[in-house]
Structures are given as structure tokens and as C-alpha cells.
Design a protein around this ligand. Structure first.
Ligand code: NAG
Ligand code: NAG
Ligand code: NAG
Ligand code: NAG
Ligand code: NAG
Ligand code: NAG
Ligand code: NAG
Ligand code: NAG
Ligand code: NAG
Ligand code: NAG
Ligand code: ZN
Length: 532
């Protein structure tokens, strides 16, 4: 009878958690469990068959912390105690994100660092630090290859997935070389003046290596592939941007047919087509799901037909790439976290971070064994802050009920150093947030310095890793170390290490010894309960 009562109480504490906070014992248990996990942290020394590289664009530490709390709160919990999926990875390091010529980086220069292993100038993709931003002739002779190309040459199937235009800085970093990230499509005059000899990014994807051999291409940006006399696939209301009259989507398909992949290649444009795509019948797919960027995940319902989620794209990409016996390299970008922040829209940024995390989760579920190296990182941070004196479990989007400035006006737990929202604070006084619904989807949190777009943040971002050689991410790293370490692990270009020897590579480490102390502890715990 007594035991039953205790069990019922325990059940309530565990599953309904009526308290705002944990008991002292609970905190001790949490720390001990964490210590046990730390003591058991594996260092897996073998060549990974696959590499899945996740990039949260603009996902600094304040963003992952805020998104973690937000995710907990939309699931009815306090929020602080939880973790995003990738935050549970066993190995974490930090990345110094500055560009060759910039203290605070942009996504192009940093994509060059974390894909090609060298820092480059701000705005420059796939070129070394000799190249100058916006100067085409400075690109000549300064092309550098990316880890996606190294993977292809090593026989891996490759894929790129993003929620931005597929020609945007981060995805372009896997396949393009350009001194200006904005040269995404053909505009008149591209053949002379500044851009002489610098092919637009969309054409590089379709025509050049490694772009033309990428098997899975999912993202947005259809208008950059269509001529000005053709319209987008959905509203039929927007015209293509290419002033060279070419339809690169058709050209992509013609090239695949010419290469003998005619009946195993597809071009698709909706979430329904994505879900209906039979992975076992598809080797090459070009899926452009929006005229420009895909929608913010929180606002996806506003679009018809339905755009796919980042986790749906990830799932299909893995199904297709997994067929390659020699494994694959897949890049997945949560690209709009950055855009939410640029407009001071923290909720959009957090929600996209949670959607990005769902993609990590689906990838982990599909690739549970030790033969995949997962790396999750970011290109740069943003100026968002989490501050004030909110209590445990306080809404991360509110806080104006508990934080009071010395000017007698309440403030939110979230704020930005700069951005468009600063316009709300005119006349030398902050706006009065009392009673405002600050948790609506597109609310702009306060910013100090007025700017049309909020800027990136220059502090370090995290690198989370799991799988073979994940422990190579363990300290404060230069951002351009990331592909060098992955390459070492995966033996793409660098094949000298012992684990790269295919005849000896796959050797399981010795099994972990039985953990008697924890087994005894569990037994004692159960015994105490039965006695009660
Ligand atoms: C562009 O780069 C080339 C080659 O590096 C250099 O000679 C030229 O002066 C640069 N042009 C400008 C406008 O800086
Ligand atoms: C671009 O150039 C072509 C050929 O010279 C011309 O037909 C077309 O009107 C131009 N388009 C724009 C937008 O300037
Ligand atoms: C657009 O123009 C090109 C050549 O200028 C032509 O081949 C094509 O058929 C046109 N497309 C449409 C939809 O009119
Ligand atoms: C097409 O564009 C017009 C004008 O911008 C707009 O009023 C209309 O709703 C759009 N139609 C569709 C189907 O998006
Ligand atoms: C697909 O293409 C291959 C080679 O071109 C051909 O042998 C095969 O019959 C085709 N399959 C179908 C279903 O069309
Ligand atoms: C996908 O294609 C394979 C091979 O052609 C077939 O066996 C399978 O039934 C298809 N799956 C679906 C869901 O249609
Ligand atoms: C700033 O002051 C002017 C003049 O008093 C007023 O019209 C305006 O609404 C104020 N702006 C804000 C954002 O409070
Ligand atoms: C802010 O607004 C609330 C509600 O309208 C009001 O009670 C309060 O006095 C205002 N604070 C200031 C400093 O104006
Ligand atoms: C690879 O391992 C095999 C078996 O241990 C050994 O005979 C061979 O010499 C190794 N090759 C290299 C390049 O290390
Ligand atoms: C992964 O490798 C570690 C150590 O090599 C081993 O203990 C663990 O069981 C492996 N996990 C799986 C899922 O194979
Ligand atoms: Zn940005």
C-alpha cells in the first residue's frame, strides 16, 4: 500500500512535474548522470562511411540557448532544462569565425573557410585569400576546392539541402567559385566589365564540377534558373531573372538524360512531389521549392502548395544517397535562422532553429550506427542577447512583466544590439512594452542602434560532433580547421593516416566494461522503494 503511494507520487513528479523547480536531490542526480556520461564518452577511431554536415546559418550560442528554451516552452515545460538534439552530441568545440579581412564575418567568407579549409575575404566564395571581393580578374588562379568535391573524388555520393536559395552563400560554398556572393544569376553585362570570365553561381551548379555531379539538390531560388520570359512554378506571377534567355532547370535535365540518367533523374517543385519521390528509383534530383528562399518554418502554412520542411528534405536526401555503397557526404543548411535575426524577429529565428534540430534528429534516427560522422556548426553569430532577471520558466518571448529598466520602462529578456527595431525607440525614450503581445510570430525585439538589417555577431560559435573522430572537435578552433579535420577522419584527400587503410580501417574498439557502481546504485534505489 505504502509502496504504491510512493510510486504514484514519483510518477506524478516525473511525468507532471508540478513544481517550478527541481528538488536538491534532483540536481545532484542530474550532475551525476552527466558525469557518468562524460566518463563513458567514446573516441571512435575508424573511417566514417558517411559525413552529414549541418550548418545553422547565424546560429550563435544565444540562439541555440534561446531556441532550446523556446522548444521546451512550446511543449509545455520550463524550457531551460532541455536540450536540442545536437546539444547532446558527445563532443563540442568552438569556432573562430572571422574572415581573412573582417572581424565580423559574412556567410560567404565563412562558407569558404568551413568547406574549403582556408579563410577568404568577406563576400567571397571558393577562392583563396588572394582574391578580392567583387573583382573578377582577381579570381583567376585562386580557385580552391571544397570538401564536397573531395568527397566526390573519393567516390562518395553528395547532396546539398537548404532552406535558402540554392545559389545563396552557404550552399554555393560547396560547389561555386566567385568573388561576389551576389553573382547568383546572369544579368546583362555579365560577359564584360567587372564580371568578365566569372560565371554566375546557378550556371556553375548545373555545368561545372562538383555541382553537376551532386545527386540531391534541395532548396529554393527557382527564379535564378529561369529566363525573363518564363514564370515561377507556383503563382505563375513572378518572372525569371536570367537575362541570357536560358532555362537551367531544363538544361539540368537534358544533361542528365545525355549522361544516361534520364529515367533515374527528376526535377520537382512541391512538398507533395518530394514525399512521393521514390528514392530507390531516383539517383539525381533537383528540387527547387520556392521562387527565392523557402518560407520561415513558422509561416510555412501561408504558402500553397506546401513547401517541404527541412526534415522532410533531409529524410529524402538520405534515402537517395544511402544507396551508394561507398557512402555519402550531405550538407544541410538551416538558412533562415539568420534572416529572422536580420529583421530582429527572434521568434522566427528560434522556430527555424527548432525545425533545423528536427532535421538533425531525423538524420540521427536514419543513421544510428558508428559509420556516420555528424558535425553541426554555424557560420557566425548575431547580436541577440538573453538578459535581465527572468525567473525559471519565464516565457523567453516575454519578460516585460519582470524586467524593469531604471528609466521606469519594462524590457524583454531578448534584445538586439542593432537592427530595424531600434526605430521603435524614437525621441530618446524606449517604447513602453507593457501589455504588448510580444510573443506573436513576427514581433521585433528591441534593438539599440538603428540599422535597416541587424548585423552578424563576431563572437565564437559552437561545433557539435558525434561519430568517428568527433573528438577532433574539442577546443577553440579556427573555422577553416573544420573541413581539414573531417577530411582527416573521412580519408577523402588525406589518405595517409592508418585508419584510412581500407583493409584495417573498420575495427571496433573493445566493448565497454560493465558499470558496476551504477548497476548497484539502481538496485539499491529499487530496494529502498520496495521497502517503503
Ligand atoms: C582587380 O584584381 C586585379 C588582379 O588582382 C588587379 O590587377 C586590379 O587592380 C584589381 N582591380 C581593382 C579595381 O581593384
Ligand atoms: C539584355 O540584353 C538582351 C540582348 O542584348 C536584350 O534583348 C534584353 O532586352 C536585355 N535585357 C535587359 C533587362 O536589359
Ligand atoms: C523564352 O525565350 C527563348 C529564347 O529567347 C525561347 O526559346 C523560349 O521558348 C521562350 N519561352 C517562353 C515560355 O516563351
Ligand atoms: C499576382 O500578383 C498580383 C500583383 O502583385 C497579386 O495581386 C496577385 O494576388 C498575385 N497572384 C497570385 C496567384 O499570386
Ligand atoms: C531506363 O534507362 C535504361 C538505360 O537507358 C533502360 O535500359 C531502361 O529500360 C529504362 N527503364 C525504364 C523504366 O524506362
Ligand atoms: C519504389 O520503387 C521500388 C523499385 O522500383 C518498388 O519496389 C517500390 O514498391 C516503390 N515504392 C513505392 C512506395 O512506390
Ligand atoms: C516622437 O515625438 C514626436 C513629437 O513629440 C511624436 O510625434 C512622435 O510620435 C514620437 N515618436 C515616437 C516613436 O514616440
Ligand atoms: C507604460 O504603459 C502602462 C500601461 O499602459 C502604464 O501603466 C505605464 O505608466 C507606462 N509607463 C510609462 C513609464 O509610461
Ligand atoms: C594496410 O593494412 C594491411 C593489413 O594490415 C597491410 O598489409 C598494408 O601494408 C597496409 N597498407 C598501408 C598503405 O598501410
Ligand atoms: C560505437 O562504437 C563504440 C566504441 O567503438 C561502441 O562501444 C558502440 O557500441 C558503438 N555503437 C554502435 C551503435 O555501434
Ligand atoms: Zn546574414
Amino acid at each position: 500500500m505504502k509502496a504504491n503511494l510512493s510510486l504514484i507520487v514519483l510518477f506524478f513528479i516525473l511525468f507532471f512535474n508540478p513544481c517550478q523547480s527541481e528538488s536538491p536531490n534532483e540536481w545532484i542526480k542530474i550532475a551525476n548522470a552527466e558525469l557518468e556520461r562524460a566518463l563513458k564518452t567514446e573516441r571512435i577511431i575508424q573511417r566514417p562511411k558517411n559525413v552529414v554536415f549541418f550548418l545553422g546559418d547565424g546560429m550563435g550560442i544565444a540562439t541555440s540557448t534561446g531556441a532550446r528554451i523556446y522548444k521546451g516552452q512550446i511543449n509545455g515545460r520550463n524550457g531551460e532544462e532541455g536540450s536540442l538534439t545536437f546539444e547532446k552530441f558527445p563532443h563540442v568545440g568552438l569556432s573562430k569565425t572571422y574572415n581573412d579581412d573582417a572581424q565580423v564575418p559574412d556567410s560567404a567568407g565563412s562558407a569558404t573557410a568551413f568547406f574549403s579549409g582556408q579563410k577568404a575575404a568577406l563576400g567571397v566564395i571558393g577562392l583563396n585569400s588572394n582574391a578580392r571581393y567583387g573583382n573578377c580578374s582577381s579570381a583567376q588562379g585562386n580557385h580552391i576546392t571544397s570538401i564536397l568535391e573531395w568527397a566526390q573524388k573519393a567516390g562518395k555520393a553528395t547532396g546539398i539541402v537548404t532552406t535558402t536559395r540554392i545559389t545563396h552563400a552557404t550552399p554555393a560554398g560547396t560547389y561555386a567559385h566567385t568573388p561576389d556572393r551576389d553573382w547568383e544569376t546572369y544579368v546583362n553585362g555579365s560577359d564584360d566589365a567587372d564580371r568578365a570570365g566569372c560565371k554566375d553561381i546557378a550556371r556553375q551548379l548545373v555545368e561545372d564540377l562538383p555541382g553537376r555531379d551532386i545527386r540531391v539538390i534541395f532548396g529554393g531560388g527557382e527564379l535564378h534558373f529561369l529566363p525573363t520570359n518564363e514564370t515561377d512554378s507556383w503563382s505563375k506571377n513572378l518572372t525569371g531573372l536570367r537575362q541570357d534567355g536560358r532555362n537551367l532547370i531544363k538544361e539540368w535535365r537534358i544533361r542528365k538524360m545525355a549522361a544516361g540518367h534520364g529515367n533515374r533523374s527528376r526535377t520537382i517543385s512541391t512538398g507533395a512531389q518530394l514525399n512521393a519521390l521514390n528514392a530507390s528509383q531516383t539517383d539525381f534530383v533537383l528540387g527547387l521549392f520556392a521562387p527565392s528562399h523557402l518560407s520561415f518554418d513558422l509561416l510555412r502554412a501561408n504558402h500553397t502548395p506546401k513547401q517541404p520542411t527541412i526534415h522532410e528534405m533531409t529524410k529524402k536526401a538520405i534515402e537517395i544517397l544511402q544507396k551508394n555503397e561507398d557512402g555519402f557526404f550531405l550538407m544541410i543548411e538551416g538558412g533562415r535562422i539568420d534572416h529572422g535575426h536580420h529583421d530582429n524577429h527572434a521568434k522566427l529565428a528560434f522556430h527555424d532553429t527548432v525545425a533545423f534540430d528536427a532535421a538533425v534528429e531525423v538524420a540521427l534516427e536514419m543513421l544510428p550506427d558508428n559509420d556516420t560522422l555528424f558535425v553541426v556548426t554555424s557560420d557566425h553569430s548575431h547580436t541577440i542577447r538573453i538578459g535581465g532577471w527572468p525567473g525559471r520558466g519565464e516565457s523567453i518571448l516575454k519578460g516585460q512583466g519582470v524586467n524593469m529598466g531604471s528609466d521606469g520602462l519594462p524590457f524583454l529578456t531578448l534584445s538586439y544590439a542593432n537592427g530595424p527595431s531600434a526605430a521603435n525607440n524614437a525621441n530618446g525614450s524606449r517604447r513602453n512594452l507593457t501589455g504588448l503581445a510580444t510573443d506573436v510570430d513576427v514581433f521585433q525585439q528591441d534593438a539599440l542602434v538603428p540599422l535597416k538589417y541587424e548585423t552578424h555577431g563576431g563572437e565564437d560559435v559552437a561545433i557539435y560532433a558525434k561519430g568517428p573522430f568527433a573528438h577532433l572537435f574539442h577546443t577553440l578552433h579556427e573555422q577553416h580547421y573544420i573541413p581539414v579535420a573531417i577530411d582527416y577522419a573521412a580519408c577523402y584527400r588525406s589518405t595517409a593516416a592508418q585508419h584510412c587503410n581500407k583493409t584495417t580501417a573498420i575495427s571496433a574498439a573493445p566493448p565497454a566494461p560493465m558499470n558496476w557502481p551504477s548497476i548497484i546504485r539502481v538496485l539499491v534505489f529499487c530496494l529502498v522503494f520496495i521497502l517503503l
